[in-house]
Design a protein around this ligand. Structure first.
Ligand SMILES: [Zn+2]
Length: 193
């Protein structure tokens, strides 16, 4: 995939609509890598800085920030896989809770709606805004529809607008078709998914 496509957050296989509201930033952050073909925007500080700038979370990237960002991204992906029927990942939960503490997320009570607001600056604060958006989505129910594609080399985050939230693949054409005949599909069917 083109680097620009990952930066834009506008690539949605299967002509899906993106996630609603601030959940869109969470989706775009998880989709900062094309795991099958590359690139990975979080391979270098400039890529993370550019992505943050494009998504209105500007921060300069220092030592350790790339590792932290990648850890948060993959922990979010693990939660999105759990939204798609994979087992809960306690390690991923712990990564997000640690990142939320580093971001110093604190509740705010403005008249136009309560929210968690990061009090840390820099990348920790920017990651905090992404985590706050995920947290808000968990409370309003939209989170359950944000899923990661379970094909192992894919993992793309997509928003499932199907009536019963029953979509599995980022795209039936891209991933569903390739997997359907394989062991993964038989295993899921055996498990009743
Ligand atoms: Zn996929």
């Amino acid at each position: 995939m083109e680097r620009e496509a990952l930066l834009s957050g506008l690539v949605h296989p299967g002509d899906r609509e993106p996630a609603p509201g601030s959940l869109r930033a969470v989706q775009a952050f998880v989709n900062t890598v094309d795991r099958e073909h590359g690139p990975d925007l979080l391979d270098d500080p400039a890529g993370l800085e550019q992505w943050l700038e494009r998504h209105l979370l500007p921060a300069s990237v220092g030592a350790g920030d790339l590792d932290a960002a990648r850890a948060v991204r993959e922990a979010l992906r693990a939660l999105l896989l759990a939204n798609n029927g994979e087992p809960h990942d306690p390690g991923a939960q712990a990564v997000l809770e640690r990142a939320a503490r580093r971001a110093r997320l604190e509740p705010a009570f403005p008249p136009d709606g309560a929210a968690l607001v990061p009090h840390a600056t820099g990348v920790d604060g920017a990651l905090g805004r992404i985590l706050a958006a995920a947290f808000a989505a968990m409370l309003d129910g939209s989170w359950q529809r944000l899923k990661a594609c379970p094909r192992d080399v894919c993992g793309w985050a997509f928003y499932d607008r199907s009536t019963n939230a029953s979509a599995t693949w980022c795209s039936m054409r891209v991933c569903g078709g390739r997997v359907k005949a394989g062991a993964y599909y038989r295993r899921r069917r055996a498990a009743g998914h």
